[in-house]
Design a protein around this ligand. Sequence first.
Ligand code: ATP
Length: 236
Amino acid sequence: MRKYAVIGLGKFGVTVAKTLYENGAEVIAIDKDEKKIEEVKGLVSATVSMDSTDEQSLKNIGIVDMDVVILAIGEVETSVLTSAILKKLGMKNIHAKVDSDLHSKILEIIGVRKILFPEKQVGEQLAYTLISPNVLRYEKMTSGHCLAEITVPRDYVGKSLQELNLPNEKKVHVIAVKYRDESVTEEGDNIVEEKINNLPGANTILNEDDVLVLIGAVGNINSLVKDVSPDGSVYL
Ligand code: ATP
């Protein structure tokens, strides 16, 4: 079973800790505030009340035996110091939540590779889905790539992936196609299930209401979204 330590039990940390535990993971929840610790007792595997900037305390609880540490403290100084200690102890798999670009940059310099900026990421995602009615999901990655889900544009309906040739035409890859599968039960009831084609091939034909799961450089995804917007009113 994978072992997780969640440091900082604000709204973000508690959500991550509880969800991991509910899904069968071993989760140690850490906070310096005894009240926060009381709130999560019974919702995680174990709790520890301690200051995460104290190297010896981190060693004592066996932090190095954890597969993943989720650092969910917004306060920059504490987050930076804790990250630096975790790196010094050899932790590689650290997911840190940040509240500002500056905070993100400092953690990047320390060598934390998985940085989350929830307010910014969710805000951006909402904005892109509002800007274009085609966009259902839009997620930027730190690598400069973007993962997007878009409903099949009208111009693409009835065409195969080979005809569309998106990798060459738009420099965007289709990694999956979600589609509605309609069938009739033995009792004669119509049922509609959402299915996913995880390995769409050149011959995959796109139908109305299909959803394309795309990956590509942010600029290329943006330009595809702009091109296929029904009224051209996208400002990306
Ligand atoms: P959220 O937005 O998720 O609610 P936040 O970004 O406001 O959280 P903070 O308020 O900075 O985050 O801290 C989250 C939690 O981290 C708090 O419960 C706080 O007690 C705890 N915390 C802060 N500093 C330390 C520390 N040095 N050691 C352990 N826990 C700490």
